[in-house]
Design a protein around this ligand. Structure first.
Ligand SMILES: *Cc1c(COP(=O)(O)O)cnc(C)c1O
Length: 381
């Protein structure tokens, strides 16, 4: 157990009124598993360095705590999406680790980003020019990463801009180009033709720029093979236990467990309507239990999933409410489930990827949607 981290988090939970006794649900985050996943990715990467992507508050699990756990594995390079996230992460980690801002800087954010020692990813010649002007104004050299668009059309300099930068002898005046990167659109589909096309485009575009370390692979990109690894990999999802190889068994260790408390359990009579809209009607006497987790906790209203108690599968019945879900508990021995018992929502009986499937979405969205009124428990760093 990592007492410093656990202590901090326990205190935060209690201060928020989200102590174990009073919270409706408990989210357990296994930092030991995050570290194990980092080691598994490192092993696959050989000599390639491995960063940690901790945008969106570490995919909802706590950017600062996750980053500190990764630092213990030697990770000294992090990626966030927005400058505001970078500033928070810098405050948590102190000086030292590299913090890259994937979206680059919105106009006007350059001063604060420079003060926090962030590395913006310049996605356009405009972003690059604004950062160059900031370096001139501050009278010191600033680090910069450049993203080239190798074929996703989301972020990064299109080939014509890369060529313009290549032709401009002053493009990097006052700047230190520390990384050239791009992002894969279809890395989770290993046979997709876009993977090799993007690889070729990235090879060509990066050669137009001054020599710098290169980065292309996200989690799934790491599993495409060594050609996609370059100097630095940028996994997020796989660190958090999401399967980076959706067509095969999950090579990662699960990180999250979500349990919800039973509020009440009872038997309802035949013909009685269940939940909002009476979308279900009991066709005979039916044993039900209501748990304190709902769509306000990020559990999709339309998700037709299950809860589990001692490995027994308990189907949802009726609609998911804001703060509660009704379960059909007929398959449990009578009286075995009581108020205060915890049922598993995400864990060994029902994986994160399965919950995503039941919810009609991807595990990334399930994780980043998880709400803010759980009691959070961090295990084993
Ligand atoms: C989110 C993101 C990553 C991490 O992707 P995962 O699929 O979560 O590993 C890497 N690079 C960029 C540019 C991203 O936006």
């Amino acid at each position: 157990m990592e007492t410093d981290v656990d202590g901090i988090v326990e205190r935060l939970n209690e201060a928020d009124g989200q102590g174990l006794a009073t919270a409706g649900a408990v989210l357990t985050i296994d930092l030991g598993a995050v570290r194990e996943n980092y080691r598994r990715l490192k092993a696959r990467l050989g000599g390639t360095r491995c960063a940690g992507v901790v945008k969106a508050d570490g995919y909802g699990l706590g950017a600062a705590v996750i980053a500190r756990a990764l630092q213990k594995e030697g990770c000294d390079s992090f990626f966030v999406a927005n400058a505001s996230e970078g500033i928070d992460l810098r405050a948590a980690l102190g000086t030292g680790p590299a913090i890259h801002v994937l979206n680059g800087l919105p106009p006007g954010a350059e001063g604060e980003a420079a003060a926090a020692g962030l590395i913006p990813v310049a996605n356009s010649t405009d972003q690059l020019a604004a950062w160059r002007a900031t370096a001139r104004r501050l009278g010191r050299k600033l680090p910069v990463a450049v993203q080239v668009d190798s074929g996703m059309s989301r972020l990064g300099m299109p080939p014509v801009e890369v060529e313009a930068v290549a032709a401009d002898a002053e493009a990097f005046t006052g700047l230190d180009l520390v990384l050239v990167m791009s992002h894969l659109a279809c890395a989770d589909e290993p046979d997709h033709a876009a993977n090799r096309a993007q690889l070729a485009a990235f090879e060509r575009l990066r050669r137009l720029l001054p020599a710098a370390p290169a980065s292309l692979a996200n989690s799934s990109g790491i599993f495409l093979g060594p050609e996609w690894h370059f100097d630095l990999a940028r996994p997020g999802a796989a660190l958090y236990g999401i399967n980076p190889t959706p067509d095969a068994d999950n090579p990662m260790h699960p990180v999250v467990r979500l349990e919800a408390k039973v509020i009440q359990a009872r038997t309802i009579g035949a013909g009685v309507g269940i939940g909002y809209g009476h979308t279900a009607i009991a066709d005979g006497p039916l044993r039900v239990a209501t748990i304190s987790l709902g769509y306000a906790d990020g559990w999709r209203r339309r998700a037709a999933a299950f809860a589990h108690f001692k490995d027994v599968r308990l189907p949802f019945i009726g609609r998911v409410s804001m703060d509660s879900i009704i379960l059909d508990v007929s398959d449990l021995p009578e009286g075995s489930l009581k108020a205060g018992d915890m049922v598993e929502m995400i864990g060994p009986s029902q994986t994160l990827d399965e919950v995503a499937r039941y919810s009609g979405t991807i595990a990334y969205e399930v994780l980043t949607s998880l709400g803010h009124r759980f009691h959070r428990r961090y295990l084993g760093a």
